[in-house]
Design a protein around this ligand. Sequence first.
Ligand SMILES: [Zn+2]
Length: 51
Amino acid sequence: MACRICGADEVSERITAREMMFGTREAFEYFRCGSCGTLQIADIPEDLGRF
Ligand SMILES: [Zn+2]
């Protein structure tokens, strides 16, 4: 999983968050870049229009 900001292939932290606000309860995986510290979603949902 490479960082989209700095391109580093270094993950310092993985976070799985469940969508609760809209009640779909889908799980999203986030990771934090070990180089620049940016928290970003691992997989961008295909249908962003729902959110
Ligand atoms: Zn980075």
